[in-house]
Structure formats: C-alpha cells, structure tokens
Design a binder for this molecule. Structure first.
Ligand code: TMP
Length: 210
C-alpha cells in the first residue's frame, strides 16, 4: 500500500488557514482518500497538554530553547502515535501547522538558530516531510487586526507586530527555498478568492500525484 499524502497549512495568526482546513479535507475526500485532520502543537493527549503549556502559561517563563524543545517533544508524540501510523495505513493527513512553523516562529520570531531546529527536525522526523504545504500569506498588520478580535490572546498572540513580520519573512524565505512544496496563497484577498486559490493549488498538486 502506498503512503498517504501529508499536507500542512501554515501562516501567521489571522491568515485564515484554519478556516480552510476542512475545505482541504473535503477536496481530498472527494478523490476517494481516507483523510484525518490534526494540528500542532497537539493532536494527541500529551501533545494537547504541551500545547496548553506553550499557549497558556502565564505564571512561568519559557525560554526560546525550551519552547523549541517542547514543540518537538509534542511533535515526536504526534508523529509516533498518530501521523506516521495513519500515513503508513495509506490515510492522508492534513495538519494545521508543522515544522515550517518552528522555523518561522522559533527561528524567525525568537531567533533560535536554523541549524538547531534542523537538527531536531532530523532527529524527530527522520526523512518525513510534508508533500505539500499551503502557506497563507498576509502582512502582519492585517493578520493581527483580524486576530485582534479574539477575546483572550495566547502567549504568541501577545507578541508585537515586528515579531509576526519576522515570522512572515521566515515563512516566505522557506517558500523561496522550496517552491515546489510550499505554495503561497495570497491571504489578503477575500475569503472566496482565497478559497479558489486553494482549489487551484490542490488541483495542480493532485494532478501530479494521481
Ligand atoms: P494555532 O494553531 O491556533 O494557530 O496556534 C498555535 C500557536 O503555536 C501559533 O501561535 C504558532 C505557535 N507554534 C509555534 O510557535 N511553533 C510551532 O512549531 C507550531 C507548530 C506552532
């Protein structure tokens, strides 16, 4: 049996990636694939507990290195228990964020060295990389304005505009390095236009694998 497809969605807060998750799931399901949707950090009981620590710790300080290690600890659990077994069974996996987020947030945002993250990536993932990544790109100002409507911001949402601009630039650099895998969606457009960009990218991708 061939391995399932591994598709990830990325972007800064307010880029609208999460509202396109189930759409990507539907597009894959329409081709007869068995699809699971998951997220990082999270996706397993332990991963969700680590997510809680990362997003909602108010009373403890978490350094950039510790944050990076916690994210990869959650990722190791997620891959071992959920993602890798599903892919091996031929299921497709759609994941809301993955390691590109670590290069963008911890690398670009928190300035953790790219090499350190790459070492953890190899340790935790081996050869596994997404087959396709949809990068929902929007200026930090617009993303933050959209996300600003959320009532209680988490540890990341409390960061300033410069942080998210660095995160955005790190994502765009990754897309320039790997244009075949990381497809940039202009997320400043209206939701219908964003969705049709997603449709076009998915059609193009599925034509290549089917
Ligand atoms: P979200 O999935 O609701 O967007 O929130 C997850 C937050 O975690 C988001 O602010 C980005 C952050 N994050 C990282 O900083 N590094 C990572 O590797 C991942 C997966 C998420």
């Amino acid at each position: 049996m061939s391995r399932g497809l591994f598709i990830t969605l990325e972007g800064i807060e307010g880029a609208g990636k999460s509202s396109n998750l189930s759409h990507v799931q539907d597009l894959l399901a329409r081709t007869g694939r068995d699809v699971i949707v998951t997220r990082e950090p999270g996706g397993t009981a332990l991963g969700e507990r680590i997510r809680e620590l990362l997003l909602h710790s108010r009373d403890v300080d978490i350094s950039a290195d510790t944050e990076t290690l916690l994210i990869f600890a959650a990722r190791a659990d997620h891959l071992q228990k959920l993602v890798s077994p599903a892919l091996a069974q031929g299921k497709s996996v759609v994941c809301d964020r993955f390691t590109d987020a670590t290069f963008a947030y911890q690398g670009g945002g928190r300035r953790v060295a790219h090499k350190r993250i790459a070492t953890l990536e190899t340790w935790v993932q081996g050869e596994l990389r997404p087959d396709l990544t949809l990068l929902f790109d929007v200026a930090a100002k617009i993303g933050l304005e959209r996300a600003g409507n959320r009532s209680s911001p988490d540890r990341f949402e409390r960061e300033d505009r410069e942080f998210f601009e660095r995160v955005r630039q790190a994502y765009l650099e990754a897309a320039r390095r790997e244009p075949a895998r990381i497809r940039v969606i202009d997320a400043s457009a209206n939701p219908a236009e964003v969705r049709s960009q997603v449709d076009r990218v998915m059609e193009d991708f599925l034509r290549g694998v089917d």
